[in-house]
Design a protein around this ligand. Structure first.
Ligand code: NAD
Length: 276
């Protein structure tokens, strides 16, 4: 990546709402896009964490509803339709334009083996990881299409959505759903100049994965062909590419950021990793 800004049509700087921006991958994406010249709307269920991300970005936008042209923090639960609509209205009012880059990073896990998984754990994961992406993508797309603006929508899925993982029927289903949603959105919105791609991280060191037991971490590490976990910045670099004009002819793609798919066939699947 170069230090020159490569995001959509600068100037004016792009405006990128990033959900799940208060931690891990979402925070790294916010930092990276801000470096590329974007005005970042950092959105998270945890409003204090979103404000901390904005503080890390620098500039005057360290409060909710920050002045135009700077970064701003917003609190929202992306799994709720009304909250997501309000979020998009708030960020548009703050930045005076629809977002040209939209990144959905919000995600949760509620791991359990199929035989014991509760309906509540199923519903919660699907609500945040899949419905949340539908709601954010739909609201952003409506804003872009109604104003005739072009844009790039980037949804964070997971390699687990492609290969499954023991103990994660809910998570794997939600992430596979994101891939299908993204491909369909790309088909529907291509003629409006709106691209939609998903990123499939493998094992990335973030607060989400830090809660794993050490023995599981060691086992996962031994299955990654590159021999080590990814950093949130490894994912953020790919998001920055998909946000930029350098990826102008890429849409509907699922980009794997895994250090190559974990080689767990016949070795990890039986005992399970219950991770991301
Ligand atoms: N860490 C990994 O190894 C890994 C691998 C593949 C995919 N992913 C995906 O990447 C994304 C980011 O994961 P991470 O590892 O940075 O996790 P994380 O737990 O560090 O960050 C997730 C963020 O999402 C926010 N969030 C949760 N529910 C929300 C809601 N309802 N509304 C708004 N925000 C909400 C949390 O407050 C948190 O700040 C997730 O979608 C995750 O599934 C992570």
């Amino acid at each position: 990546m170069t230090s020159d800004s490569r995001l959509h049509s600068p100037p004016p700087p792009v405006f990128s709402p990033t959900s799940g921006a208060g931690s891990g991958i979402g925070r790294a994406v916010s930092v990276r896009l801000a470096k590329e010249g974007a005005a970042v709307a950092a959105c998270d269920l945890d409003g204090a964490a979103a404000r901390e991300t904005v503080r890390l970005l620098g500039g005057p936008g360290s409060k909710e509803g920050a002045p135009r042209g700077s970064h701003a923090a917003f609190q929202a639960d992306v799994s709720e339709a009304r909250a997501t609509r309000r979020l998009l209205e708030q960020v548009q009012a703050c930045f005076s334009r629809p977002p040209s880059v939209v990144v959905s990073c919000a995600g949760i896990t509620r791991d359990e083996f199929l035989l014991h998984m509760s309906e509540d754990d199923w519903d919660k994961v699907i609500a945040v990881n899949l419905k949340g992406i539908f709601l954010v993508t739909q609201a952003a797309a409506q804003a872009l299409v109604s104003t005739g603006c072009h844009g790039s929508i980037i949804n964070i899925s997971s390699i687990i959505g492609k290969v499954g993982n023991t103990g994660q029927t809910n998570y794997a289903a939600s992430k596979a759903g994101v891939i299908g949603l993204t491909q369909t959105v790309a088909r529907e919105l291509g003629r409006h100049g709106i691209r939609c791609n998903s990123v499939l991280p493998g094992f990335i060191a973030t607060p989400m994965t830090q809660k794993m037991p050490q023995k599981v971490i060691d086992k996962v590490t031994s299955m990654i062909p590159m021999g080590h976990w990814g950093d949130p910045e490894d994912v953020a670099d790919v998001v920055a590419f998909l946000a930029s004009e350098d990826s102008r002819y890429i849409t509907g793609a699922s980009v794997e950021v895994t250090g190559m798919k974990p080689a767990w066939e016949g070795k990890g699947q039986r005992s399970g990793t219950q991770t991301t």
